[in-house]
Design a protein around this ligand. Sequence first.
Ligand code: N01
Length: 550
Amino acid sequence: MKKEAKTDLDALIVGAGVAGLFMLYRLRSRGFKARVYEAGGDVGGTWYWNRYPGARCDTESVQYSYQFSEELQQDWEWSERYASQPEILRYVEHVAERFDLRRDVVFNTRIVSAVFDEEASRWVVETDGGERISATFCVMATGCLSSPNFPAFEGLDGFDGPVFHTGLWPHEKVDFSGKRVGVIGTGSSAMQSIPIIAREADDVFVFQRTAHFAVPAHNGPINEERVREVKANYPQIRARAKRSATGFDQTFGEKEALKVSEEEREREFEKRWAHGGLPFLSAFTDLRYSEEANRMAGEFVRNKIREIVKDPETAELLCPTTVIGCKRLCVITEYFEAYNRPNVHLVDVSESPIERITPEGVVTGGRVYDIDMLILATGFDAMTGTLLRIDIRGRGGRTLQDKWKEGPRTYLGLMTAGFPNMFTITGPGSPSVLTNMQTSIDHHVEWIGACLVYLRENGMKSIEASMEAEDAWVAHNNEETAKTIRYKCTSWYLGANIPGKPRVFMPYIAGFDVYSKKCAQIVAAGYEGFRLIPRETDPVDTLVGHSGDS
Ligand code: N01
């Protein structure tokens, strides 16, 4: 028999990463009783799981940080321009400690189902340990890249050596010395780890199916003067980030690549290459609309690869042929240089896919590559994978799996019709992965926090996206995507990395600035497109929140 559900919570939050922790803090500060359930053994989310060598953020550390506490942003000292995984994890742990968050987090506990009880207007959530908890609201802070993708390689289980996935890296140091290491994949995780592994291993075999675009990070110790300047101007920096399309405080090119001279174009690309990082894609306004402009940016990067990689054949294999920005742009440190080492071998599997894994190694093109250790840098079932692994049932018992079988459908990426009082932080249909995640997380957490206060103050027991608003939002998303050329490749943005997953471009592409304005207008219009249902006569059962210290 099922255990009786505990009913003491206003909000249950799934995930103790950057988003879930802030959601907990914000709801607490607004007088709600909230608790987080986390599958991992501690806080950190992405930064808890992705411990592979070389893991670091490709958003500058001073911008990849919380903004809800002025004291926190003044006190914390980053050591590098782009912080490494251990440093970011220390930061998240510090936040958990400083704001006493862990007392409301249940670790090592996976949520396996969430069922909406229509009569009580509450979510009944079940853990993998069989505990049932009931809460008025359920907030999915499950991350966009949190379900590792394990391709179904025949024979993988029979491989003689250890197999690691970059997104589920062990806590202990992995020793590569004297080893022949195989790495499958050439996305961000592979590009960050390969140069580090190559320093230690005897040989590294990189199995590349598609060459990905990458630009240098130019990482290094943080510039003290820049830190002083940032700390003195944080409010302005955060405000500029919020007004930008990417959620970054950065410079945006205002001209079209096709309308400037070749010299000016090259100068701008060079300037951005020298600066490093994702702002390369903002060099010109037409890079995401015009195939020709995009090809020019792509050719600039290809020429850089040809300059760096000494062996011309390897260099050509490493030159991507896709639209730049179509797959997530990678930000690298000495990745292409690694191929100048005699112990790094690029294996092209674009024409002849990996056939199988034998106890000795990887078979492709009729040859066995003998290795001692295999690393799957094969990415994630992005944006929907984690949500769809939970048995989520809304009104009428309809499952989310059924509702999203042809791709995710949301209103603003915050809610999905038929699933009242359930929110997704940086869900599909919101700018999320196309932006500085911290800016998007901050925005969603504040939006949800304010929404719950509104419901409490206005005697509402529930909020739900209307089907009409959701349909219109999905149509709008599709129209905005169709204006660009960023859906024209097999990217995880599109679900194309997972066999059988519907091909729908999942993040909202029109920009964080446009999106956040729409969200604000919708609130100002009394939560337009949402259905708000008033509390019934007995307020005790359905009471939203306790005290209001907001
Ligand atoms: O995963 P990916 P990732 N046979 O999906 C290949 C964020 N992130 O973990 O391109 C052979 O990008 C696949 O090949 P293909 C960031 O948003 C951020 O590297 O599909 N190969 C691809 O090369 C990033 O985009 C940071 O042809 C197979 C690779 O595996 C996202 O996470 C750092 C295969 C997967 O690349 C995911 O990055 C790390 C098969 N059967 C990650 N299946 C920073 O902040 C898959 N592949 C810097």
